[in-house]
Every structure is written in C-alpha cells, then in structure tokens.
Design a protein around this ligand. Structure first.
Ligand SMILES: Cc1cc2nc3c(=O)[nH]c(=O)nc-3n(C[C@H](O)[C@H](O)[C@H](O)COP(=O)(O)O)c2cc1C
Length: 372
C-alpha cells in the first residue's frame, strides 16, 4: 500500500507533516538547512523582532523535570526570550535558505511591539525574503509580556484581532496565529485570530510554570544569580493539555488548519494531534532532547500507524476522533442505554436457554415413553 505523508496547508506543500517548532531547533540558517537535509517537512524559525538589542537572555535559562524512577525528562521549563540575533542576519539567512531549498517550507515566526507600524514593517521586510508563511508569536509567556508583547497580546482577544488585521493588510502569504494555552477557553483567542483573518492556528506555546525548587539552595529553578521567574513548560507533560486545546478549537471551527504543538516525541503522538484535527505538527523540546535525527523515527512510526489502519494519506484521518467527544450528561445516558441493552440481551438469552432446556426435557421424556 502506497503511503503519502505529504500535506498541503493554506497552499503550502509539506513533504511530510513534521515541522520543527519555533525555538532553539531553528536558531539560524545553518541548523535549519541541516533539518531540511535530514527530512523535516518544514521549519518555523526562532521568533525574530526588528530590534534584537532589546532582547537580553539569561544563563541558565532551562530546567528539567525528570521521572521519579529514571533519568527520563518528562517536562521542560525555559525562560528563553525570542531571538537575540540581529534582524539583518535573519533576513540574510531566510533569503539564502529559500535560494538553496526552494521547495522546503519555511515559516517565519515574528513578534513586535503592539503598534501597527512595527508589525507592518516586520511583515513587509520578512516577506520580501521569499518565506512561505508567517507564524505570529502571540504567546510567549515570559519576558516579552513585560514589553506588552507575546502572551500580553495572546490573552486579549481584541488585541489579537487587531494585530492580525495589521499583518493581513500587508501580507501576501499565509499567516498562522500561535496561541497561548494560558487561557481558560482556547476557543475565544483562536476565534479572535480567525476573525482578524488568520489562515491557520498554531497551538500550543508553553504553559506558565514553576518547575521546582533546588532543595540544596532552596532557590526556584532555573536559578539566575539566586533568583528566578515563572517560565514556559513544554515536553511530554504538556501533551494532554495541548491535545485538549487543539480538540476544542478543531470542534469549534471545523475546517480550520491547525498546526498541533506540545510534547510530540513519537509518530503516534503526532497521529493523535491529527486525529483531533491538526494537519501539521510541530516538535520543539523533543528535537532539543533527542536531536534532529528523530525525524526518521517520527516518519516511520506515522507510516506504520497509517498502514495498520489502512490510511493512504493524512487527510483520511485528520479529525477522525473528533466526533467522539460529547457532554458528560450524554456519557451517562449512553452508559445507561448500554447497560439496559445488555440486560435485555441477557434476559432474551435466558428465555431462549429455558426454551432449549424445555425442548430437551420434552425430547428425553418422549424418547423414554417410546422406549417404555
Ligand atoms: C527553549 C525554548 C524556546 C522557545 N522559543 C520559542 C520562540 O522563540 N517562539 C515561539 O513561538 N515558541 C517558542 N517556544 C515554544 C515551542 O515552539 C512550543 O510551542 C512549545 O515548547 C511546546 O512544544 P514542545 O513540547 O514540542 O516543545 C520555545 C520552546 C522552548 C522549549
């Protein structure tokens, strides 16, 4: 059976649905080129802004949560900001990448201060490099909100719609809005983005968290000169939260292109996001912990899943599990109906059994009479 892993989303053709998510895996042109060579279907580069001099990162900026009985990293927290590379360097890298890899999908993640001129300036400049699409970072939960950027926009539906409107006014390529999970109902900000003209929704960014306290020093982690701030949680532990948010948005806005993100480390993790409505998936922490090479495994696992279920292409199963969410009340009704049906079947079975026994007894008695 021929398996087709390619998918076309908002006119962009991805060789396969595995996209490296914005973050350290897409920190410059050199590493992005390497990811293409290894077979990733697309790439969202690290978020850039017009003035990188305002971005001051700390060291350390990562902390890990390990399983209790092994060294396995189950959760990851970062307090990393957006890219601190000069904007001009990014422009050169993007141009070069599109020249060397014209058929590979390159999505530029951008973020700006909440002003129309700033958003439109960055959109125009980046678009001129030939990138295939934009991802608007409306969701970084740490550092940037202090400058009224990132999550400060993403948790405010009016601002989301406004920013989308500014960008869409000047963009000629698809625009995805990357959403924050740090809201009660993800449908509200996603709806604002779609109303503002977003072509697709990327979700989720990291979850605000405090990963723990160093029990020797009693200081919160990651510890910078003895202090810390809440950071963004990612990796395996966030996957159930991301799946739920993707499901809610997919059910509420059928047909919307969703790029599913959050704790994807295997082909089967990816398949679950797709069953809940994502047409592409992004991997960030998984690639940081296990290397860009995991792409070979991811593709093989997804392919095996498709063979096992006889799916020839991705669209055959995107959203397939969505109809099986319902209300809790309905679950109760279904359970009651199933129990009643089972009891009725049992009673019918018992009646049939009685009739069989009765028939048997008659036969025995009749044969006894004949013999006598
Ligand atoms: C160290 C680190 C840096 C990140 N930087 C960015 C960023 O610059 N822009 C962005 O949109 N998301 C950023 N993210 C968020 C990821 O793209 C992704 O949304 C999130 O980590 C959940 O996916 P994951 O579990 O596969 O990492 C970053 C994540 C990590 C771990």
């Amino acid at each position: 059976m021929a398996i087709d892993l390619s998918v076309t989303v908002n006119g962009m053709r991805f060789d396969n649905p595995f996209v490296l998510g914005s973050g350290p895996p897409g920190t410059n042109g050199k590493v992005i080129a390497r990811s293409y060579d290894l077979g990733w279907g697309g790439m969202v580069c690290k978020t850039m802004s017009l003035d990188a001099s305002k971005v001051v990162n700390t060291a350390p900026r990562y902390a890990k949560l390990r399983a209790r009985t092994s060294e396995e990293v189950i959760g990851f927290e970062n307090i990393e900001l957006i890219s601190d590379r000069p904007f001009e360097h990014w422009i050169d890298d993007l141009k070069q990448l599109k020249k060397n890899y014209p058929h590979k999908i390159l999505i530029a993640s951008i973020m700006e201060e909440c002003r129309k001129e700033a958003w439109q300036e960055i959109t125009r400049a980046v678009q001129a490099t030939g990138v295939d699409g934009f991802e608007l970072n409306l969701s970084c939960p740490h550092g940037m909100p202090e400058r009224k950027m990132g999550m400060a926009v993403g948790e405010n539906p009016d601002l989301i719609e406004e920013v989308l409107g500014w960008v869409k006014e000047v963009s000629t390529i698809p625009v995805w809005a990357k959403m924050t999970p740090n809201v009660g109902n993800p449908v509200v900000p996603a709806g604002a983005a779609l109303k503002g003209g977003a072509d697709g929704i990327a979700m989720i960014n990291t979850i605000l968290s405090v990963i723990g306290i160093d029990m020797k020093t009693l200081r919160p982690m990651p510890t910078v000169e003895g202090y810390s701030v809440p950071g963004g949680y990612s990796g395996q532990a966030v996957r159930p939260i991301a799946l739920r948010q993707v499901m809610e948005v997919a059910r509420h806005f059928p047909g919307t292109e969703i790029s599913g993100i959050g704790g994807i480390e295997t082909g089967l993790d990816a398949a679950q996001f797709m069953l809940l409505g994502a047409s592409t998936v992004q991997v960030c922490t998984g690639a940081m912990l296990r290397g860009y090479e995991i792409i070979t495994e991811l593709k093989a696992e997804l392919e095996k899943f498709m063979v096992d279920h006889k799916f020839a292409n991705l669209r055959e199963f995107i959203g397939k599990s969505l109809p099986y969410f319902t209300t809790h009340h309905d679950l109760g009704d279904r359970q009651k109906d199933a129990r009643e049906a089972k009891e009725q079947a049992r009673a019918k079975g018992a009646r049939a059994m009685d009739a069989e026994t009765w028939k048997g007894e008659i036969a025995v008695e009749t044969s006894a009479l004949v013999t006598n």
